[in-house]
Design a protein around this ligand. Structure first.
Ligand SMILES: Cc1cc2nc3c(=O)[nH]c(=O)nc-3n(C[C@H](O)[C@H](O)[C@H](O)COP(=O)(O)OP(=O)(O)OC[C@H]3O[C@@H](n4cnc5c(N)ncnc54)[C@H](O)[C@@H]3O)c2cc1C
Length: 498
């Protein structure tokens, strides 16, 4: 039994009494995917109308740092200016490992082949990028640099499968305003080039005719439901469903005890609901992005992440989404960072929930934290034995981050989303957004469960199962990169559908 309704999201074209407005292409949602789709559809010669539920555009894209994961084709203009080469095949090898069996090979290839040109497109809009990189282990630049490593490129197993290359492209501005800068510039272009934007217009239903062709949408404007007819196509770009509790319960209930929604308030899954109502398939619905942001500061990477058995479970130099992916698989999501005094500093993004144990010996820490006798001592003794040689035979942490844990005092810091100090469900969880949605072709065409395109229906961004498919292999920049890149393809495809 579905816990949310499908039928109200669908209306019959034959029942529409009055056409309120008409355009070639109607875009539902004015975030990164929607604005990119609208601009490209317009540039392909279509008359375009955008409907946005909020009082202005931007969505989660404007809240973001606007890191975009770009490279390949010999390197983006920014990579090349810094002497960094990046081949398309190298980028594909990396992305394939990121998403494993969940990945969509056609989207991975299309993205890797087009990402460098996508950077040119973004820059041509007027988005500022500085020809400077930061090579430290960071999540976003501290200053106004525009290029960084944003994922697992330098960590096992990725470092063995692909040449590590920095691919995080961020608008240059101190203070993490990338998404706002990007969306303001993009929306100005959209509107200057003749796209009509209607804010405060919640799209509430898709309109299909008897032959199942999508003919427009119903939007609530000034308190009234109005039919907006689309001559060529409707593009669903209404974000993900992380704010829709009923959908989370139905599709990814496993995250409820340990994850906190991260996104725009209108990430309510409306686009997915409308796609479903029109006969679309959904996929990857149980997958979410999660974040265990123990770093920066990078030196915390010298510590050991352990579970309630005193055992390690991941190479600590992995990206924050991969750390979270493995952390939530530990029993009761109980995870700690063992760190020696010289490496301890407050994490920039996460407050430690409590210090589970301290001591001048590992034995003392273990006892104070109530870990099984000898467990942490064995873990540290084993780790230290190889650390002296710069090796980590269990998890292959890179030598840069390996040193013996032998300088007391030590602390065991809890980052558990189900921390024992909090009543169940009340500890701050790991930030999450959804990675499942409508099944689409790279062109944005929405598919039925049988694999047939639904005539006149397109989608992009978090409304779809796009490029990023798992937290295990996510890297910063994969969502805005995906939304804007495939948004553009959907816009062009819809405009060409006469
Ligand atoms: C704080 C933060 C930082 C992030 N940083 C990054 C980053 O640096 N890099 C990265 O890749 N990812 C990042 N992400 C994730 C990324 O921002 C989003 O996943 C991505 O921007 C989604 O783009 P979108 O176009 O699909 O959705 P959005 O940008 O959210 O756009 C969807 C739009 O649809 C509208 N809408 C919803 N329902 C309706 C309806 N029924 N009718 C009309 N309009 C509707 C919404 O109001 C919204 O404006 C971050 C996320 C957050 C929350």
């Amino acid at each position: 039994m579905t816990k949310y309704q499908i039928k109200p999201w669908l209306r019959r074209y034959e029942d529409m009494a009055e056409i309120h407005r008409e355009a070639d292409v109607v875009v539902c949602g004015y975030g990164g995917a929607g604005a990119s789709a609208a601009l490209e559809a317009r540039r392909a010669g279509a008359e375009v109308m955008v409907l946005e539920r909020a009082s202005g555009g931007g969505g989660a894209t404007a809240m973001s740092s606007c890191e975009m994961y770009l490279g390949g084709s010999g390197g983006t203009a920014l990579q090349q200016a810094l002497g960094i080469e990046d081949s398309t095949e190298n980028m594909i090898a990396y992305l394939e490992e990121c998403f494993g069996t969940n990945g969509d090979p056609a989207k991975i290839r299309a993205y890797a082949e087009g990402a460098a040109a996508h950077f040119d497109w973004v820059e041509s809009l007027g988005v500022p990028y500085k020809r400077e990189a930061i090579y430290e282990r960071v999540v976003e630049p501290f200053g106004d640099e525009s290029l960084l490593f944003t994922g697992n490129e330098r960590a096992y197993p990725f470092d063995r499968l692909a040449e590590p290359v920095p691919r995080g492209h961020v608008p240059s501005r101190e203070g993490n305003q990338g998404g706002m800068i990007f969306m303001q510039i993009l929306m100005r272009r959209v509107e200057e080039e003749g796209v009509e934007v209607q804010a405060d217009a919640r799209v509430v239903a898709i309109v299909q005719d008897q032959a199942d062709r999508v003919r427009g949408v119903v939007a609530k404007i000034d308190g009234e439901e109005r039919f907006i007819k689309a001559r060529r196509g409707v593009i669903l770009t209404a974000g993900g469903f992380v704010m829709n509790r009923a959908m989370i319960e139905q599709h990814c209930a496993q995250v409820i005890p340990y994850a906190e929604p991260y996104g725009s308030p209108w990430d309510m899954g409306d686009g997915i609901q409308m796609g479903l109502a029109a006969g679309a398939n959904v996929m990857n619905m149980s997958e979410v992005f999660l974040s265990l942001a123990v770093y920066p500061p990078a030196k915390l990477t010298f510590g050991l992440l352990i579970n309630a058995r005193g055992q390690r479970f991941v190479n600590e130099d992995a990206y924050l989404a991969r750390l979270a992916h493995y952390a939530v698989q530990q029993e009761s999501q109980e995870v700690y960072l063992l760190v020696q005094n010289e490496d301890y500093e407050m994490s920039h993004y996460m407050d430690p929930l409590h210090i589970a144990g301290t001591g001048d010996t590992i034995e003392e820490v273990e006892r104070e934290a109530g870990l099984p006798e000898g467990s942490l001592q064995q873990t540290v003794a084993y780790y230290n034995g190889f650390a002296a040689k710069g090796e980590d035979p269990l998890f292959h942490k890179a030598p840069t981050w390996i040193k013996p844990i032998d300088k007391p005092p030590y602390a065991l810091v809890s980052y558990a989303p189900r921390d024992v100090k909090y009543p169940l469900g009340e500890a701050p969880g790991y930030l999450m957004f959804t990675l499942g949605g409508l099944q689409t072709l790279p062109s944005g065409e929405v598919l039925t469960p049988q694999g047939d395109p639904i005539p006149g229906l397109y989608a992009a961004g978090r409304t779809t199962a796009g490029l990023p498919r798992t937290s295990k292999g996510y890297a910063s920049g994969m969502s805005v990169g995906d939304a804007t890149f495939f948004g553009r393809l959907a816009g062009r495809q819809a405009a060409g559908n006469n």
